[in-house]
Every structure is written in C-alpha cells, then in structure tokens.
Design a protein around this ligand. Structure first.
Ligand code: SF4
Length: 364
C-alpha cells in the first residue's frame, strides 16, 4: 500500500471524475468502486477536496439540520441486528407506547430555537397499517404541520398499501425516512424479519403519494466497500432526496455488539464517495458520528456532507446542539434553510428513509 506519496495516475483519474460530476455528469459503477477502494491518506484527502467542491457547487454553504422524536420506543417485532429497540435482544433501551402531543410540540419548539429544518416522528415497530394507530399518527403529523415550527417528517416503518401513504400525505407529511440500510446483497445479514424488497415497496408507495424520500444506510456492520458502493447506487436509483449515513455504534446486547468500529478516514472517504455518486442529494450524517469520528467530526463537511442530524439519537446521546451550531459557524456554513428546498434530482429520478438512532437508523 502506498502511503502519503503523490501518484499521478490516481490524481488524473480523480480530477477526471471530479470534473465530470462538477459538469453535471454521472459516475458509473466501475469508477465508483475504484473510489470506494482508495486507501492512501493522500488520495483520500484529494478525493475529499473534490467532494467538497461538488458539495459547494450543488449545495452552496447551506447545511440542512434535522432532529427526531422517539414516538414509540422499544419492543419492536423486527430483528435488525444493529438495533437496541428490537424485542429480540436484551438491551437497556427504554420502552413506551405512542407519544402524546405535548412531547412532540416541545421538540418542535426546541427545533425552531435551534434552526432545525425538520423534525421526524420515529416509531419502533414493523410498520403502519390502516386503523386507529394510523389515525393517531396522522393527528400528530397534522398538529406538527399546524404548529408551523418545523417541517413534519416521519419514519414509521413498512407501508403495505397506497392508502396509508396517501393518508400520511393528506395529514401534511412532507418527507419519510426509510433506509435501505446496506446493499441488497448484505441486507439479509442485518435482518431476516423483512426484506430489501419490502423496503423498496414502501418507498414506491411513498413516492407515488408525493412524499419526499429520506433513505440511506448504516456503515460499519461488517459490509464490504463494494456493499457501500452498491448502497449509494441503489439510493441514486430510487431517487432519494436525503441520504442519511449512520455509522454503527455497537450496542451491548445486539448481535453486532462486538464489531470493530470503522477508522475515521474510512468513514470520511465513504462520505466523499457518496457525494460523488449523489451530487445533488442531501448527504446527512446521522447516528454514530460523535463516537466514531471524535475530533474529526467537523471534517464531514469537507468530505461533502450537507446535512446533519442534531440532538440526541434514539438510544444514545449526541454532542449538544449548541456545539454543532458553533461548529457550523466556525466553518462558515449556514443552517438557515429559509427558501431552500429539497435537492433537485438527477434527470430520470424523482425522488427524499428513516431517521436514525446512534446505532443506525430507525427503521420502524
Ligand atoms: S431498526 Fe426499526 S424495524 Fe429494525 S428492530 Fe429497530 S426499530 Fe425495529
């Protein structure tokens, strides 16, 4: 492995690919895989420099802030191996039923004070069907919308009928979080109670209802770089608007509790590669950033990230919002979303997954 030396071939290929994306072009899988396989620190810094330019080109200095409310916690029927809220594992995660209006309104007020654009209502359950629970969920979303304090988003698991998606849209939902988690190939190693196709089906109903798609995944679950690359390509294919990247924070009691954390430079490289493949989307850094990136947290923006999950995650703590806002200010980045809309999509795509807990996402 080359270490920190200049390689003209790598330099030229990176310049060619970076310029292509800046000019509106697209990176195909062979080049994408090469990017994900880069290992040398000097190459990763050069990759990040291009990713930063791409972010600036398509996002300016705007940073989208998002927070979540844990609307129903724990005792989930699904067995996602990264998740502290699954009923299949013994963890210290809290358990409670569907949230009353007051905590949601409190979260909205806090979000507004902190310049947070969107608040996601996140529930730990398999999914949402027609019935009294859907009525209650729609009530909470309508109340969020009526408050005018923050954009109402939600991450409520699998949806099996168009009618449910249409009801959410009618209640005022603008964006739904539903992660693909990883590549189609690796997904079965993360969960066996539902499938990658179940998730695609849900996203299909949401898009048809006119709801933006927030979909990303979790890295550091033992997947390969090729899996990360294929996740990014799948997100491009489904037309996700917001792409959260969660970094596994192994939770004691879950099957992934003993996994070795990803090195920070591997995480930054992955963010940069996502920016190359998803130039116009919001690349949001969600769960796991504090614990995995430590002092390198602010480098996520230099690697191409354009959005940040702030406040506490579902099952673990984050650094304070004040600290995050100071970090943005110090970098000359602006969290004010006024007049800024969802990312434009690449030609041929139309599409905004799931919010996240520190371990990863909240599928619900
Ligand atoms: S990620 Fe979501 S669906 Fe999976 S176990 Fe956790 S709460 Fe349930």
């Amino acid at each position: 492995m080359r270490t920190n030396s200049f390689d003209a071939t790598v330099h030229e290929r990176l310049s060619d690919l970076g310029q292509r994306v800046l000019n509106g072009g697209r990176i195909e899988r062979e080049d994408a895989l090469w990017l994900f396989q880069l290992e040398d620190t000097a190459d990763i810094f050069e990759l990040m420099a291009w990713a930063n330019r791409i972010r600036e080109r398509y996002k300016g200095n705007k940073i989208h802030l998002c927070s979540i409310v844990n609307a129903k916690a724990g005792a989930c029927s699904e067995n996602c191996s990264f998740c502290a809220q699954s009923a299949h594992y013994q963890t210290s995660s809290p358990k409670y039923g569907f949230v009353d209006p007051e905590p949601v309104q409190n979260a909205l007020t806090e979000a507004q004070q902190n310049q947070v654009t969107a608040v996601g209502l996140v529930a730990a359950w398999r999914g949402l069907n027609e019935g009294p629970m859907l009525d209650e969920v729609c009530d909470r979303i309508s109340e969020m919308k009526a408050s005018g304090k923050s954009r109402p988003d939600a991450s409520l698991g699998l949806i099996k009928t168009q009618k449910v998606a249409d009801r959410l849209k009618a209640a005022g939902l603008e964006c739904y979080g539903h992660n693909l988690e990883s590549s189609r190939r690796f997904f079965p190693q993360t969960c066996s109670t539902h499938t990658f196709d179940d998730r695609l089906e849900t996203i299909g109903y949401l898009k048809k209802a006119g709801i933006k798609i927030c979909s990303g995944g979790i890295i550091g679950m033992g997947e390969t770089r090729e899996d990360r690359c294929d996740l990014a390509l799948s997100l491009r294919e489904i037309g996700a608007n917001v792409c959260p990247i969660n970094i596994l924070n192994p939770i004691p009691g879950t099957p992934f509790e003993k996994l070795t954390p990803l090195p920070p430079m591997e995480i930054l490289k992955t963010i940069a590669c996502f920016r190359f493949l998803l130039p116009r989307q919001e690349i949001m850094i969600a769960g796991g950033r504090t614990v995995n990136l430590r002092d390198l947290q602010s480098m996520i923006f230099a690697a191409g990230a354009s959005a940040l999950m702030v406040g506490n995650y579902l099952t673990t703590l984050n650094q304070s919002v004040d600290k995050d806002l100071q970090m943005l200010k110090d970098l000359g980045l602006d969290p004010n979303w006024e007049g800024h809309d969802f990312a434009d999509q690449e030609p041929g795509n139309s599409g905004c997954g799931e919010k996240t807990c520190e371990t990863a996402t909240v599928t619900a």
